[in-house]
Design a protein around this ligand. Structure first.
Ligand code: ADP
Length: 290
């Protein structure tokens, strides 16, 4: 199975559980903010933790909150928060509200360093819920029953772009996620587990691409199948591949095990690094011409 970093599991499990306990004279922040470099497995591991704990999750993405079709994003958050409370009550299990990539949606500050209206609404609503988690009302209605307290987890890249009062200690507990060497080994070994790649090869692979984020290794594994997919397209024909794969009556083709030897893994990895560099160069050229 996939690997969860022990510290990651602890931090999430403690935050969630604490929010369901009644600790004497202890103020527990409602929100846990998991931040760190993109592609290092924050959202992925959140899901693994929820699955391990067998708890209910209500998902939101900040992109969806910031979308012009979102309507009132404050209302949407309140709605989902209350929905999580219902879910907790009906299923008799803990529930959490997860907002992925929060800074991608609402942390964006435009050229005039003005927050958009939606951004302000989202920040305001989250602060409000964090301050009165058992009294979360929908606009235009009043429910005298207390609302179930639901821990909120947000993930993001750079919390310095968020409105500081939201990130304040009383409201948000912060966890900076950066996998250690052991975590990276464990995670990458998990990614290649079904392929039975030797432990020593995993170590060399991780050592060789030490500054790459975790998603690089997931992408690398997926790349290994590209050669077979290319062959499949050639065999069936580019004009017929669509019909064959989507509504063909024949079973889908089976793929043989790609070449998982270390030398091949390194070769594919190097090719990916070259592509990253090309994008980097193009970006530099573009900046130069601005
Ligand atoms: P972040 O939220 O930090 O930007 P993600 O959680 O989206 O990063 O992770 C990026 C990708 O890396 C995932 O889609 C998955 O393919 C891979 N990945 C991350 N963590 C793990 C893990 N523990 N086990 C296996 N794959 C992982």
């Amino acid at each position: 199975g996939f690997y969860i970093a022990p510290q990651f599991l602890d931090r999430l499990a403690v935050h969630i559980t604490k929010n369901y306990l009644d600790l004497p004279n202890v103020k527990v922040p409602l929100i846990l903010g998991v931040h760190g470099r993109k592609g290092e497995g924050k959202s992925f591991q959140c899901d693994l933790v929820f699955e391990r704990m067998g708890i209910e999750v209500i998902y939101m993405s900040a992109g969806e909150l910031e979308s012009p079709d979102a309507g009132d994003p404050g209302r949407l958050i309140r709605l989902r928060y209350r929905e999580a409370g219902e879910r907790c009550r009906i299923r008799g299990k803990m529930a959490v509200l997860l907002i992925n990539d929060i800074d991608a949606g609402i942390g964006r500050v435009d050229g005039l360093t003005q927050y958009t209206v939606n951004t302000q609404l989202v920040h305001g609503t989250l602060m409000n819920i964090a301050d009165t988690p058992t009294n979360v009302q929908l606009p235009g209605s009043y429910d005298s029953e207390p609302t179930q307290r639901i821990p909120i987890i947000v993930t993001g890249n750079d919390f310095s772009t968020l409105y500081a009062p939201l990130v304040r200690d009383g409201r948000m507990e912060k966890y900076y996620w950066e996998p250690t060497r052991d975590d990276r080994l464990g995670i990458v070994a998990g990614i290649f587990e079904v392929d039975q790649v030797a432990r020593g090869d995993i170590e060399q692979l991780v050592e060789t691409f030490l500054d790459q984020s975790i998603d690089f290794f997931g992408a690398l594994r997926s790349r290994l199948y590209d050669e077979q997919v290319v062959l499949l397209i050639q065999n069936i024909g580019i004009e017929r591949i669509s019909a064959r794969v989507v509504n063909g009556t024949e079973a889908l083709p089976e793929f043989h095990r790609p070449d998982f030897r270390l030398s091949h893994l390194l070769e594919v990895g190097q090719a990916m690094v070259r592509e990253q560099q090309r994008i980097q160069e193009l970006r530099l050229v573009e900046e130069y011409h601005q």
